[in-house]
Design a protein around this ligand. Structure first.
Ligand code: VJV
Ligand code: CA
Ligand code: ZN
Length: 397
């Protein structure tokens, strides 16, 4: 009835605790957990819940978060509230809550929020370990900037690092891929001293006309992990710095060329893919010009490698397009094709109505929002790929 066809027999699971939706970073903060409400409504309205196993995971415990994070940091995080926070306190500043940007505000239910999204990533990882799923999805996770004792860039707990740690109990080599428009610095740093995790991030990199680096300011092509040959993590990171305005054709080619080579060389036993939707055209914080299907083609490419896959969310600051993208990518996982006309019985339909290019449809032309000129030339991208291939030669086979 909704154009659902499933030619490929992949077992897909969807890990989601709806309580995560009710948390607010603050009224004008770009990170809006209710984008997950929209995502879930779209997924349900296309009937995709009948094509997957649905899980409502319990929140992660303190001890589970301590798989990666320092206990002192977690104690502070579990106790802080908007009422008892002291912005001049040395711990408040040291743990990343200070600063004038207010990237990581202290809000009501913060501890519950981090436990919920991390519980869902853990649940997804366990499903791969139990062989219950070939692909396990958690759109509420993907908070890739959090460090073991530091909140950074809207991220307080690094659910990705914890999920990878679980996968490492059974898998010798895990590949982490990150298509969020920001550099996946927290995951890269967490595994910089091991050869059992390879991290690959595609992101905007550069300095704007006011002299500010694009957040977090790391991830140039020559940052490939420790260069010391004694370090087991030598050359086990690959960063692909991209300039403003990259288009569908360029990004698809870049992603497929580089990622295939990494998979061929590293031969991972499991893959974790962070699918941040802030790399879409028209994103409030992003700089790229991608359409939903180009973003989704990265998921198709990764799926085609046929390895156990954890697929997680991340950034994404234009909520209706985040929901469209993650609904499309859920369909890609189960092998379904979706109608462009949105089902008319969805709650929140008005969120997808009245747009110039996207009125009532799943696949608006986001490239047409033309907010960023394309500064990426084809020759520059070819040079970038050449350098990436050179970097890969430093990795011991
Ligand atoms: O760029 C920054 C840090 C500063 C911002 C500028 N001030 C003046 C200095 C500090 C350097 N932070 C970024 C963080 C982006 C995090 C992305 C997270 C993810 O997608 O990778 C994964 C989930 C940044 N960009 C934009 C903002 N912060 C921003 C933060 C706000 C805001 C508007 C923009 C916080 C609160 C409010 N508005 C109300
Ligand atoms: Ca990235
Ligand atoms: Zn991001």
């Amino acid at each position: 009835e909704y154009g659902l066809e499933r030619p490929q027999g992949y077992n897909v699971s969807f890990h989601y605790n709806p309580h995560v939706e009710y948390h607010h970073f603050g009224s004008s903060h770009p990170m809006k957990p209710w984008r997950l409400t929209l995502t879930k409504q779209l997924v349900l309205s296309y009937g995709l819940e009948y094509t997957m196993d649905l899980y409502e995971p319990r929140p992660a415990s303190f001890n589970e978060l301590a798989i990666f994070h320092d206990r002192e940091y977690l104690s502070y995080l579990s106790e802080i509230t908007p009422q008892n926070a002291k912005p001049d306190d040395s711990q408040y500043i040291a743990y990343g809550f200070g600063g004038d940007s207010n990237d990581c505000p202290v809000f009501d239910g913060l501890w519950n929020y981090v436990s919920l999204y991390t519980g869902a990533s853990m649940s997804a990882a366990y499903n791969l370990l139990n062989k219950q799923s070939d692909i396990a999805i958690n759109w509420s996770g993907g908070l890739h900037h959090a460090k073991k004792n530091l909140a950074s860039g809207f991220c307080y707990v690094n659910d990705i690092v914890i999920a990878i740690q679980l996968l490492l109990t059974q898998h010798q080599r895990v590949l982490y891929i990150d298509i969020d428009v920001h550099h996946g610095d927290g995951v890269e740093q967490a595994f910089e001293s091991t050869d059992r995790v390879f991290t690959l991030s595609y992101h905007k990199y550069g300095i704007d006309r006011h002299g500010w680096p694009f957040f977090p300011g790391t991830g140039n092509i020559d940052e490939m992990g420790p260069k010391d040959p004694a370090n087991r993590g030598k050359a086990h990171s690959l960063n692909i710095p991209i300039d403003d305005g990259i288009d569908d054709h360029q990004y698809k080619w870049l992603f497929r060329t580089v990622t295939s080579k990494v998979v061929e060389k590293y031969n991972p036993q499991a893959i974790v893919l962070q699918s941040g939707a802030d790399s879409l055209g028209g994103d409030r914080l992003g700089r790229f010009n991608l359409n939903i299907k180009a973003h989704g083609s990265c998921i198709e490419t990764v799926k085609s490698f046929g390895r156990p896959l954890v697929l997680i969310g991340g950034g994404g600051y234009t909520p209706r397009n985040v929901a469209r993208t993650w609904c499309h990518e859920t369909a890609v996982c189960v092998g379904a094709t979706l109608h462009n006309d949105l089902p008319t019985h969805i709650p929140y339909l008005q969120a997808f109505q009245g747009e110039e290019n996207g009125d009532g449809i799943l696949y608006p032309d986001l490239h047409n929002t033309k907010r960023h000129d394309n500064l990426n030339t084809d020759p520059a991208l070819h040079k970038l790929v050449e350098k990436a291939m050179e970097n890969l030669r430093y990795m011991e086979g």
